[in-house]
Design a protein around this ligand. Structure first.
Ligand SMILES: CC(C)(COP(=O)(O)OP(=O)(O)OC[C@H]1O[C@@H](n2cnc3c(N)ncnc32)[C@H](O)[C@@H]1OP(=O)(O)O)[C@@H](O)C(=O)NCCC(=O)NCCS
Length: 420
């Protein structure tokens, strides 16, 4: 019997370029835009930045968790179609909840390595705002006086019915297991906010953001669709959640569960966003991309995915990163930087303690506590951020990773061949 867990090594697969929309607090300026349109926007921008024409794409790999419009079934197909990918090219939607974005790279890597295509379009998109208020048993009717059953899909979806607990409670379990105090979590959160604000001021995040504007997406022979900003806004260009948050301020916030360590200030912010990247074979990079004067962002070296107990789902990155390193033949100290999704502060600290991670290498441009966690977009965003940071600082190896509700972990290993 093989040991459980997925490991994929990619010999010659590259991320050419990647881009994202701003991450905007839910119910804000992107709240009325469907995840399909946000995804089309990011996909078009990624192709343009990578200087890859849509006709060169042979696979469209998308992710989206919450249905944000009635056409969600068509999301992968419509993102490909309106991004200019030929009609003959297949499109898929994958889901590994908060690990979805990483899974998209894994699948794109398999498609390229397996010789199915030269280049793939990877798009993760999420409207937390447009999580529906839903009921599932109305088609068959309901009795007079019975509860009508409408619930907030987002709040309900953050609860794992197998373990009978909310995602915040899984972080509380880790806080107890690893003796993580409220002060530890608030300090970690305060640092995340400070790093995000510093990176914003230095222009780092702007480098991966495509501003969202009012525009039409047209494809010959099909109905136009598009984005219309509301009110007087002409463009939305900035992340909105990050702000300097001293520990004294965070310490005053009420915990989500009485006696717990997690609050609205030290948990991932709920935001709307999409992120997209172009992944291609080495041959494509050498022939086409070089001719366009394009240098890839990073090599996709390997991926690993594992399962962990649902009640401590947040520990997932630790065994995923261990498997990744063991099978890739590297050690933790050879990795120059990490982007690990901050689903909850205690969760990320638990991963750090479990691995013995040097926190100075972790989420150096701020994490999801400060910037937000648009579920299916997160893995794409973190991997783009990681690759850009590796290039900026001349770092050879980096890992992006996330925990996954229900109990999983997933991680990607990137290489910058010019780095040390
Ligand atoms: C923790 C959570 C339940 C909080 O939701 P919420 O109550 O809507 O959070 P809010 O943003 O309203 O924050 C609560 C309060 O803290 C305040 N706050 C949040 N961040 C702050 C900061 N950095 N500085 C100061 N105050 C802050 C808010 O202003 C708000 O104050 P108010 O109650 O006076 O309005 C929600 O963010 C969550 O579930 N996050 C994690 C999602 C998750 O687990 N995803 C991964 C799935 S595995």
């Amino acid at each position: 019997m093989k040991k459980p867990g997925f490991f994929n090594a990619f010999a010659d697969v590259w991320m050419l370029d990647g881009v994202r929309t701003p991450m905007v607090d839910y119910c804000g300026a992107l709240g009325h835009i469907s995840p399909t349109d946000l995804g089309i926007k990011a996909a078009r921008a990624a192709l343009s930045r990578a200087a890859v024409p849509g006709e060169h794409i042979g696979s469209v790999v998308t992710g989206n968790m919450a249905p944000g419009d009635f056409d969600q079934f068509f999301l992968p197909r419509h993102i490909g179609l309106y991004a200019g990918v030929p009609l003959e090219v297949p499109a898929i939607m994958a889901q590994r909840i908060c690990g979805t974005g990483f899974e998209l790279f894994r699948q794109a890597g398999e498609h390229i390595q397996g010789g199915q295509c030269d280049a793939a379009l990877v798009v993760g998109t999420e409207s937390m705002t447009r999580n529906p208020i839903a009921a599932f048993d109305h088609r068959t009717g309901f009795k007079l006086g019975a509860p009508v059953g409408f619930k907030d899909y987002m709040w309900e979806a953050l609860k794992d019915p197998a373990a009978g607990i909310n995602m915040i409670q899984t972080a509380e379990n880790l806080a107890k297991k690893y003796s993580i105090s409220r002060e530890d979590v608030d300090q970690f959160a305060s640092d995340s906010f400070a790093k995000a604000v510093a990176a914003q001021q230095a222009g780092f995040h702007a480098g991966e953001i495509v501003p969202v504007i009012t525009e039409k997406f047209e494809v010959e022979g099909y109905k136009p669709r598009g984005i219309r900003l509301q009110g007087k806004a002409t463009e939305v260009a900035q992340d909105t959640h990050a702000r300097i948050s001293p520990t004294e301020v965070l310490a005053k916030l009420k915990p989500v569960y009485e006696g717990g360590v997690q609050t609205g200030g030290n948990s991932a912010a709920l935001v709307d966003a999409a992120a997209a990247a172009v992944v291609a074979s080495g041959a494509y990079v050498r022939d086409h991309a070089k001719a366009q004067g394009k240098k890839p962002l990073a090599r996709l070296v390997a991926s690993a995915a594992v399962g962990v107990p649902p009640e401590i789902m947040g520990i997932g990155p630790a065994p995923a990163i261990r498997l990744l390193l063991e099978r890739a033949g590297l050690t933790l100290d050879q990795i120059g930087c990490f982007e690990i999704n901050e689903a909850q502060g205690a969760q990320t600290l638990a991963v750090g303690r479990e691995l013995g991670l040097d926190l100075a290498k972790l989420n150096v441009n701020g994490g999801a506590i400060a910037l937000g966690h648009p579920l299916a977009a997160t893995g794409v965003r973190l991997t783009i951020t990681l690759a850009r940071h590796m290039q900026l600082k001349g770092i050879r190896y980096g890992i992006s990773s996330a925990c996954v509700g229900g109990g999983q972990g997933i991680a990607l290993l990137l290489e910058n061949p010019d780095g040390v």
